[in-house]
Design a binder for this molecule. Structure first.
Ligand SMILES: Cc1cc2nc3c(=O)[nH]c(=O)nc-3n(C[C@H](O)[C@H](O)[C@H](O)COP(=O)(O)OP(=O)(O)OC[C@H]3O[C@@H](n4cnc5c(N)ncnc54)[C@H](O)[C@@H]3O)c2cc1C
Length: 292
């Protein structure tokens, strides 16, 4: 399979990439790791006239702490995130989810920005940034805006990015002390996209009462789903199996997943509840173990 013809640009700086994007607007696409875009081109599901390759822009490749958050540049390879001690220390949820993205060969090329901008409804990173109430930084020539994760993923494979904007950074806020997290998923084979995935984040006070809980799910809707009602029933309660069971029920009841070739809607709803219960228990265990 061959892609339709396109003009290839390899700008050496972010400013030049943004200028090209403004010039070509709707007819252009950014090329990051190419792990999703190249198949789309080859199947002729995308037909951009211009490809703007971001791989020669080293300023978009970084992992650092910034103002209480872990900041990850859009062109940071998924494998670099997976191997980063700083990510493990400052954002264990991201560290846990990263190895679940495809196979390591894909993560060697695939980027954090590419995964978030592609917004696959079964991808792990959109659920992670949503559960943590993180944000995405978008740049256009002469301007920048910070988009909260809840508003970034707007529909199937669609984000709030405008045609002349590039995603330049993902921000994962560091959870407060006495927080724990877990990411669990079910997929048919190792490396496949998840049928259902759950990111859980909890915070407990000194007395062992839940002061915060967040559950974000992947694979059960066109965008990541925040199970807000389930989180609400947990806060103010002790983290008991009964409380997790009640939250898991709310998760299942609140979902309206589509059925497809891989799983029925009922199966997805059931698995989402089971994973939510297990993820909550694991997240709470981490607090006991002193993890952040
Ligand atoms: C066999 C296989 C299995 C996979 N399994 C999984 C999985 O289990 N979980 C998962 O999450 N992913 C999975 N993926 C997808 C993989 O994670 C990709 O790396 C990711 O979806 C896209 O990242 P990329 O850097 O390759 O982006 P690209 O393919 O280069 O780009 C993807 C899209 O994002 C846009 N884009 C890229 N960067 C930017 C930017 N900075 N600003 C604006 N737009 C941008 C592009 O224009 C394009 O539309 C799989 C892929 C394959 C081939």
């Amino acid at each position: 399979m061959k892609p339709p013809p396109f003009e290839y640009h390899a700008p050496p700086s972010l400013e030049e990439a943004l200028t090209l994007l403004r010039e070509h607007g709707d007819e252009a696409k950014a090329l990051a790791g190419g792990q999703s875009l190249v198949p789309l081109l080859n199947f002729r599901l995308a037909r951009p006239r211009h490809l703007i390759d971001l791989n020669r822009i080293p300023s978009l490749d970084y992992i650092r702490e910034d103002d209480g958050a872990l900041a990850v540049g859009a062109m940071t390879r998924q494998r670099a995130v997976e191997r980063s001690p700083l990510v493990r220390e400052r954002c264990p949820l991201l560290a846990e989810a990263m190895p679940l993205v495809g196979h390591f060969q894909i993560r060697n090329r695939g980027t954090v920005g590419g995964s978030l901008a592609h917004a696959d409804p079964a991808a792990e990173l959109p659920a992670v940034v949503t559960a943590l109430r993180g944000a995405l930084v978008a740049r256009r020539p002469g301007g920048q805006r910070v988009i909260p994760a809840e508003r970034f993923f707007v529909a199937y494979l669609t984000t709030a990015l405008e045609p002349d904007e590039l995603l330049v950074e993902a921000r994962f806020p560091a959870p407060p002390p006495r927080s724990g997290s877990a990411f669990l998923e079910v997929s048919r084979r190792h490396g496949d996209f998840a049928l259902v995935g759950v990111a859980a984040v909890v915070t407990l006070d000194e007395g062992g009462v839940l002061t915060h809980a967040a559950l974000a799910l992947t694979g059960v809707g066109p965008t990541p789903v925040l199970a807000e009602e389930a989180a609400r029933v947990l806060v103010g309660d002790r983290p008991t199996p009964q409380a997790f069971e009640a939250a898991a029920r709310k998760v299942s009841e609140g979902l309206r997943p589509d059925a497809d070739l891989h799983a029925s809607a009922e199966y997805r709803r059931h698995v989402a509840g089971v994973l939510a219960r297990r993820a909550l228990a694991r997240a709470v265990e981490q607090v006991g173990g002193g993890a952040r």
